[in-house]
Ligand binder design. Structure first.
Ligand code: PLP
Length: 407
């Protein structure tokens, strides 16, 4: 068997479809983000980053960095074990308390990433004979990590049309009244930037006796007066049974978690292989995340600056008739609608204008809906925005890209 030939064919397929992924090799400048150095075939060039999920710039905040330095000096580099075997440090314990409090839940549990949290919980909860017969209801736009978790569970799966309450209700109505049920969805959808009616979905789910599982990965730290996410902003925290979040985006570090009842968390802690059989997060990461969560709980300054920056960028793009997609959140997608054009636009921005925005192609978004996803940050100045808009106009003109959003 010619394995190399098979690998080559698989890669050629991606090239043909214009969606072969090229990683942009950068080093961010601490204290000067969104400035970064682009490493390009042995050359280096300064660029401005416009696609980071470090939404608030906490990854370079002195509150976070000081805590990480201190933990490094105190506890050294790695955790040295799984949570069960020497890998539970006091930093882990404190962060779990802080996260439980953030979401008004009895308990929280850390995972090595948000992806692992979703995958571990959604595969195990319905699988282990814990809930008995179980049906899962999943929004069609749910993240790959939730889909993977659900796929590996033994539950009966139902996909409901994105944010469509009537469809969800019809599926719930038709389900087995005696089966356990889980309704799984996100608050802020990361590629379109739209926001789910969290309270309404939870009320509906509870009417049919379902547990609610909410991914707040793109909302924690950003929404709610303590950064508790959309559920906090909308005053419906108590209606969400399981909240899942990340420490890698607005909190600027790394790691994932869930917050829920003490018993549910204990079940996951005791049964989920994705939690049990892996080395726990390094203390230095946990200390940084702890400082970040605490800071954003008591200060809304960055959230306020962030909201203002997002509003300004949307205003500028609209004024220049660039194809801004509707988004009520901090995520600012610009429609391209073709994978090759999307990659070309991104390359032109990087090489000719020192603006770094990664192209977003299938399978991250459906084919034909390719886009550039901009994520303004409190550290983007008016000057950065003017530079970006000038560059976008030039690329749109030069590549003859459509200024209308064609859905
Ligand atoms: N959930 C959603 C909706 C995401 O967009 C992502 C990552 O982008 C994750 C979960 C995974 O989080 P993490 O990056 O911490 O693994």
């Amino acid at each position: 068997m010619d394995y190399e030939k098979k690998f080559q064919n698989a890669l050629e397929q991606l090239h043909r479809e214009g969606r072969y992924r090229v990683f942009t090799d950068i080093v961010r400048h601490k204290g000067d983000f969104p400035a970064a150095t682009f490493h390009d075939d042995g050359m280096t060039r300064p660029v401005t980053v416009w696609c980071s999920n470090d939404y608030l710039g906490m990854g370079q905040d002195s509150v976070v960095l000081d805590a990480m330095h201190e933990a490094l000096e105190t506890a050294g580099a790695g955790a040295g074990g799984t949570r069960n075997i020497s890998g539970t440090t006091h930093y882990h314990v404190e962060l779990e308390h802080e996260l439980a409090d953030l979401h008004n839940k009895q308990a929280a549990l850390l995972f090595t990433s948000g992806y692992v949290a979703n995958q571990a919980v959604l595969s195990v909860l319905p699988k282990m004979g814990i809930l008995g017969r179980c049906e899962i209801f999943s929004d069609e736009n749910n993240h790959a990590s939730m889909i993977e978790g659900i796929r590996h569970s033994s539950a009966l799966k139902h996909i409901w049309r994105h944010n469509d309450m009537d469809h969800l209700e019809s599926l719930l109505k038709a389900s087995d009244p005696d089966a356990a049920k889980i309704v799984a969805f996100e608050s802020v959808y990361s590629m379109d930037g739209d926001i789910a009616p969290v309270g309404d979905i939870c009320r509906l789910a509870h009417r049919y006796g379902a547990l609610t599982y909410l991914d707040e990965v793109h909302a924690v730290g950003l929404y709610g007066h303590r950064g508790g996410g959309i559920a906090e902003r909308d005053g419906v925290l108590e209606q969400v049974d399981i909240i899942e979040g990340t420490l890698a985006k607005a909190y600027g570090v790394m790691g994932g978690y869930i917050a829920a009842s003490e018993r549910l968390v204990d079940v996951i802690r005791s049964y989920a292989p994705g939690f049990i059989f892996t080395t726990s997060l390094a203390p230095v990461l946990v200390a940084g995340a702890l400082a970040s969560v605490r800071h954003l709980k008591q200060s809304s300054r960055k959230r306020t600056q962030h909201t203002e920056r997002v509003r300004r960028l949307k205003y500028l793009l609209e004024t220049e008739s660039l194809p801004l997609m509707d988004s009520p959140s901090h995520i600012v997608p610009l429609w391209v609608g073709n994978p090759v054009a999307c990659k070309q636009a991104s390359d032109d921005l990087l090489r000719e204008h020192a603006v770094y925005v990664q192209p977003i192609n299938y399978p991250t978004v459906p084919r034909g809906t390719e886009r550039l996803r901009l994520t303004p940050n409190p550290n983007h100045t008016d000057q950065h925005m003017d530079q970006l808009v000038h560059a976008l106009k030039s690329v749109w003109r030069h590549r003859r890209l459509d200024r209308r959003r064609v859905a």
